[in-house]
Design a protein around this ligand. Structure first.
Ligand code: ADE
Length: 241
């Protein structure tokens, strides 16, 4: 998968070179490039923003550098899926991450200030799929942190990036539930034992215990997720918890 990120703060994206994402890039599973939007400015101040038409507080990003950036990065025959982080976008979630993980080319446009001139997105929609995407109901300074989160969530779903496909199957949000708590050695730590069932070697009982814990945790922290599950997602044993 090719991933392009356009930002006025390329150094904000440096963590993408670390850890598992960096390794996925080293192994050729993703081809990641971060671009400075100011590359496509032509004045001495390398201006990217201006006051809002109609007045008001803050600054809006001017359309010209964005237009030139897209002209340079987009191959018209094979356009990317453009993602524009914004608190006014659709909420990012695991199902969107799964969908994005199947795409050939993602491009992120990081807005700062009060956002990007709307005409940039309107024009981009003529040639590519554009999704304004929000991390959650709070406001960040700009889209860079959202890109870090989205790229990490998407990259780890690309086949070959994670070693163990089972860990994907059992993690939070994959089956619509939060994941059960985890334990490791020692068997007792500061008088706190690992739950007996996990040391029993009884696989069916362990699976049932984990499922029960996932259901209880989801009911406690995210009742909205439980309410949204289709009827057939819960067995009779699940309903007894
Ligand atoms: N930019 C500013 N706030 C944001 C948010 N909540 N999600 C995504 N991008 C943003």
């Amino acid at each position: 998968m090719r991933i392009d990120v356009v930002t006025v703060f390329p150094e904000y994206l440096a963590p993408l070179n670390l850890s598992l994402i960096g390794r996925a890039a080293d192994r050729g599973l993703i081809d990641l490039a971060v671009h400075d939007l100011r590359t496509w400015t032509h004045d001495v101040h390398r201006t990217v923003d201006d006051s809002p038409a109609g007045g008001g507080a803050g600054m809006i990003m001017r359309p010209e550098p964005w237009g030139e950036a897209f002209d340079a990065l987009v191959e018209p025959a094979t356009p990317p899926h453009l993602l524009v982080p914004s608190p006014a976008g659709v909420r990012f979630d695991q199902s969107m991450a799964r969908d994005l993980a199947t795409q050939r080319h993602l491009m992120f446009a990081c807005g700062r200030y009060e956002g990007i001139d709307q005409r940039v997105l309107d024009e981009a929609r003529q040639t590519m799929t554009v999704t304004e995407v929000s991390l959650g109901d709070y406001v960040l300074f700009g889209g860079e942190v959202a890109v870090l989160a989205i790229v990490e969530a998407v990259t780890r779903l690309i086949p070959g990036v994670l070693g163990n496909a089972e860990s994907l199957a059992e993690e939070s949000h994959n089956d619509g539930l939060l994941e059960a708590p985890g334990y490791t050695k020692p068997a007792v730590w500061r008088d706190r034992p690992v739950p007996d069932v996990l040391l029993s070697g009884h696989h069916a009982k362990i699976a049932r215990w984990r499922r029960d814990q996932a259901l209880l945790r989801t009911a406690q922290f995210r009742p909205d997720m439980l309410a949204g599950l289709p009827d057939e997602a819960l067995s009779k044993a699940d309903r007894a918890v």
